[in-house]
Design a binder for this molecule. Structure first.
Ligand SMILES: [Zn+2]
Length: 154
């Protein structure tokens, strides 16, 4: 599911309006949203009152074959390199298909050592996936700290 976040924008004409943009994009599920991101559609709007063009500076959490990254909304030419490195678009800035992105993700999951960010996030997810394990680790850390403190006193 895609959650839209709403940003209140005040125009130079004093008109205030809401601009909706996705909080996150899962690139292999929503090719249309990738296309809008690539086209700069989450970056520019116009005031509904006076029609003046408005630039929106924000960021969107993008779930990519390389991991989850906060991508700034910005002009397409600036985004192209970022999105290319994240394996969402080819070197001309054309988005890969859902299937291609899925394949890239699968490949990267099988080669986690070459994808440190993805590896880290996978490990984190595993940890968060089992709340008991997470709690246990947390408690152990606290115990260790207490021990150290006690030793420190002598
Ligand atoms: Zn206006």
């Amino acid at each position: 599911m895609t959650i839209l976040s709403s940003i209140a924008i005040r125009c130079q004409c004093e008109h205030v309006f809401n601009f909706g943009l996705p909080e996150s994009i899962t690139t292999w599920l929503y090719p249309d949203m990738v296309q809008t991101l690539v086209d700069g559609g989450y970056y520019q709007t116009a005031c509904p009152n006076c029609s003046v063009p408005i630039i929106v500076n924000s960021e969107i959490m993008v779930n990519t074959p390389k991991g989850i990254i906060m991508v700034p909304t910005g002009p397409p030419e600036k985004l192209k390199d970022i999105l290319h490195r994240l394996e969402i678009v080819d070197d001309t800035g054309t988005p890969f298909s859902s299937e291609e992105i899925s394949e890239r993700l699968e490949y990267n999951m099988e080669h986690l050592d070459e994808n440190p960010l993805l590896k880290k996030q996978q490990e984190m997810q595993k940890l968060l996936g089992d709340p008991n394990k997470f709690l246990e680790k947390f408690k152990n850390k606290k115990k260790e700290k207490k021990k150290k403190k006690r030793f420190g006193l002598f």
